[in-house]
Design a protein around this ligand. Structure first.
Ligand SMILES: C[S@@+](CC[C@H](N)C(=O)[O-])C[C@H]1O[C@@H](n2cnc3c(N)ncnc32)[C@H](O)[C@@H]1O
Length: 250
């Protein structure tokens, strides 16, 4: 990956910001710019910046955790010969696709993200990892989008660090879920808060309805997704399961 010459400055450790308020300062070519960590258009536009801030400085471990839990479950229960055709939803700049490729070696990996810069960064920094990559909003599924995705006949959905906050809304997650074959593998993570009574994103409601009904949970673990800018552990749940049937949550 070709990295530009830049410097990242971090706020003082005593800053107490929620994840969607966190920011860094980028100093490049004489310009200084404040960038929110959830401003993916900006982060992905600078080669190496997302990796440096989220993965090196803040020690994000989620792609490895989610992919290794899926791998373990596949090894325990799967017909080893079966093809894995994965929809990586909220694929970003391709780190999860790369992890799936290295750890599991899937037959097909297709990325979907809502941000054009995510696709551009994937092509720029991780060419060849995805069989295809779509920039689309799955909260409103029309015939055209459904046809484009259905042709891949997905039997696995992977979503890392993309549920909750102002990321993938519940309707889009359900639409992606319902594109899968019955029996498909489902692997995702979500911040602990969105599975608690405090949740106002709708995820607690839909996931508690799905679990044990349309989704059988096989593995679940609470772990540190990454550090906050003030150095605290941000705890997430990683969940791996199998789809029993379409989710019909209203
Ligand atoms: C924290 S990043 C995670 C990227 C990647 N999965 C990873 O783990 O490195 C969240 C991603 O979700 C994407 N996203 C947010 N809302 C979305 C939506 N409605 N549909 C698809 N992707 C979305 C963002 O553009 C961003 O790339």
């Amino acid at each position: 990956m070709k990295c530009l010459d830049y410097e990242v400055k971090y706020p003082k450790k005593d800053c107490q910001l929620d994840q969607d308020e966190e920011w860094i300062t980028l100093v490049a070519e004489g310009h200084t710019e404040k960038i929110r960590l959830h401003d993916y258009e900006k982060l992905y536009s600078v080669p190496g910046l997302y990796e440096e801030v989220i993965y090196e400085h803040l020690q994000c471990d989620s792609p490895r955790v989610v992919c290794s839990m899926l791998k373990e479950e596949l090894e325990d229960t799967r017909d080893q010969e079966a093809d894995l055709r994965v929809l990586d939803f909220g694929a970003g700049n391709g780190i999860v696709g790369e992890c799936l490729d290295e750890m599991i070696g899937c037959d097909t990996i297709v990325g979907v993200d809502i941000v054009e810069e995510a696709q551009e960064a994937t092509v720029r920094d991780r060419p060849g990892i995805y069989d295809d990559y779509y920039v689309m909003d799955l909260s409103q599924l029309n015939d055209h989008k459904e046809k484009q995705l259905a042709k891949w006949d997905f039997n696995a959905l992977v979503t890392v660090a993309a549920l909750g906050y102002d990321h993938i809304p519940t309707r889009a997650f359900l639409n992606a879920y319902n594109l899968l074959d019955d029996g498909a593998w489902v692997a995702f993570n979500i911040k602990d808060r969105f599975l608690s009574e405090e949740d106002d994103s709708g995820y607690e409601e839909i996931l508690s309805t799905m679990m044990g009904d349309s989704l059988t949970v096989l593995r679940e673990k609470c772990y540190c997704h990454r550090l906050s800018l003030s150095g605290e552990a941000l705890d997430y749940y990683a969940i791996v399961g199998r789809k029993n049937k379409d989710a019909t949550v209203s």
